[in-house]
Write a protein that binds this ligand. Structure first.
Ligand code: UDP
Ligand code: MG
Length: 315
């Protein structure tokens, strides 16, 4: 089954047309589907419309969050309440076109795990959206080796098994394909059309750039060190200790051979490096304890199986 998941926050003016286009596109597919709207506690008439849609069509499900949790958590709620083996995520603002859904599904049917929409003709402001996103996408495909042009396009299709064990936090829906790639997903992209936002206004501004940068550091960290954080903290820590030792030796040489003073800024710099090094190594040990608790309490595996015949895990 197919699950379409749509986070909605104050999109009342867009909903009727969106719903109409969606139902048309989905009915034409000839597949079993469910259409899940997650109302992120809208303060306008959005919920009224959604209730109407739900009442008139048994394939529509509406979930209303208790407060405005943000797009990512709205998507997570949608995933949790969905039953499909394929998800399609989409915005409610009509910038994406429901008519593109068959294109995405075709790639899923070819065997890909993630199909990403690529807004080749993107209709958004240049400086606040297109430029930062161009630079971001280049950087990401360079750093992560995930060769897609448009990570930020919400219109994407995923196989359930590839993201079912990923919990979404913060605003990480933007980087979901990277987490999927960490799980070994095969990823491709198809061109999709894009419209300017006609009504309502964008919920994100410039601050997005800083958030994405920090999120990228987080993904990188998880990708490399999620089961061995001490390698990260420890290597920085050891680097600090070595710097401390070098500066310390310089101070000793200066005092013993060149009659320099013991007490000088260099001595304190050396001590500072030592203290930081020890702290970092201790933080690494703490992180090791934390990840052990994390994996064992959640019964989360430190690895992920692609397939195995008739073999069940032995807890
Ligand atoms: N959205 C949401 N909760 C929020 C902010 C946004 O559910 O707190 C929804 C919004 O209704 C839209 C989608 O997330 O369906 C994307 O938002 P927007 O169009 O503002 O983002 P942009 O396309 O400008 O990046
Ligand atoms: Mg939008």
């Amino acid at each position: 089954m197919l699950s379409i998941i749509i986070p909605v926050y104050n999109e009342a003016e867009n909903l009727r047309l969106l719903h109409h286009k969606l139902i048309q596109a989905l009915d034409n597919l000839g597949r079993e589907y469910e259409l899940i709207y997650v109302d992120d506690s809208s303060t306008d008439d959005s919920n009224k419309f959604l209730q109407e849609f739900e009442a008139s069509n048994s394939k529509v499900k509406v979930i209303r969050l208790a407060r405005n949790f943000g797009q990512t958590l709205a998507i997570q709620a949608g995933i949790d309440y969905s039953h499909g083996d394929i998800f399609i995520l989409m915005d409610a603002d009509l910038q994406n076109d429901p008519g593109d859904i068959p294109k995405l599904l075709q790639k899923i049917d070819e065997g890909y795990d993630v199909v990403s929409g690529w807004r080749k003709q993107r209709r958004d402001p240049l400086f606040s959206k297109k430029l930062p996103s161009f630079i971001g996408n280049k950087l990401i495909s360079f750093l992560f080796g995930v060769r897609i042009h448009d990570l930020g396009c919400t219109l994407k299709a995923y196989r359930r098994n590839i993201i079912a064990n990923i919990r979404l936090y913060g605003e990480m829906h933007r980087l979901l394909p990277l987490y999927a790639a960490m799980n070994g997903a095969s990823i491709t992209e198809v061109e999709v059309s894009h419209n300017p936002r006609l009504t309502g206004k964008t919920h994100y501004g410039w601050e997005r750039i800083f958030k994405v940068s920090l999120d990228l550091i987080t993904v990188r960290f998880f990708e490399k060190y999620s089961t061995k954080p001490i390698y990260f903290f420890g290597s920085v820590g050891v680097g600090m200790l070595m710097l401390g030792a070098m500066v310390g030796i310089a101070v000793i040489i200066r005092t013993v051979f060149f009659q320099g003073a013991w007490i000088s800024p260099l001595l304190f710099i050396s001590l500072m490096f030592f203290a930081m090094g020890v702290q970092l190594i201790l933080m690494g040990l703490l992180a090791e304890i934390i990840i052990r608790i994390y994996y064992q309490s959640q019964k989360t595996q430190t690895y992920l199986i692609k397939e195995t015949k008739n073999n069940k895990i032995n807890h």
